[in-house]
Design a protein around this ligand. Structure first.
Ligand code: FES
Length: 99
């Protein structure tokens, strides 16, 4: 079962504000995780930065550490952000925080 849309959006918004763990997510948002299945879905989503191109947070962090210091450079190196573009704020946050 996929995470319900309102929760999905809360996770994505929190990621754009720097949340990378469930604990950080809970500190930033009012999300209520109902059960283990939902927790698993949230954890999986937290590891993903770009859904369209299926690019992980770790891949973006690595790209940033290797010198991709703008959204355009990250996009070029990882392909993240080259679909719908909705992950741009998450990628920008990763560039800013290097995590
Ligand atoms: S989610 Fe990254 S381009 Fe659509």
């Amino acid at each position: 079962m996929a995470l319900e849309r309102s929760k999905y959006l809360k996770v994505r918004k929190a990621q754009a504000e720097g949340a990378r763990t469930v604990e950080e997510l809970k500190n930033i948002s009012d999300i209520v995780i109902e059960n283990d299945t939902e927790l698993e879905e949230v954890e999986t989503l937290l590891q993903n930065a770009c859904k369209c191109k299926n690019v992980s947070i770790n891949t973006i962090v690595e790209a940033v550490k290797n010198g991709a210091d703008t959204f355009e450079k990250v996009k070029e190196v990882t392909k993240a952000g080259s679909g719908c573009g909705r992950c741009k704020s998450i990628i920008s946050n990763i560039i800013e925080n290097k995590r």
